[in-house]
Design a protein around this ligand. Structure first.
Ligand code: FES
Length: 85
């Protein structure tokens, strides 16, 4: 089975908009999913500059799905969806 990849944006915009709270994913995800999911913090995903209002930060990518205004809950839901595929 392919691993699900989770990239938490830690770029400035996302960080200011709350991705600091998402860093707990880096502990929660391996505890919950073991090695089925790879989670890492990444520099700016380049999404904030497309969305000029910055209103949808913080962003997290789960495989190719971009999660806007990401919360721990939204990210976990998306991981479950991707694992169910
Ligand atoms: S800072 Fe997160 S997409 Fe740019």
């Amino acid at each position: 089975m392919k691993k699900v990849s989770v990239k938490v944006c830690l770029g400035t915009t996302c960080f200011v908009m709350g991705s600091a709270n998402l860093q707990e994913l880096i502990e929660i995800v391996p505890a919950k999913y073991g090695n089925k999911v790879d989670v890492s913090g990444v520099p700016c995903l380049g999404l904030c500059s497309v969305d000029w209002e910055f209103s949808k930060a913080p962003y997290v990518k789960v495989n190719n799905e971009v999660i806007k205004e990401a919360t721990v809950e939204k990210v976990l839901n998306e991981i479950d969806k991707q694992l169910a595929k």
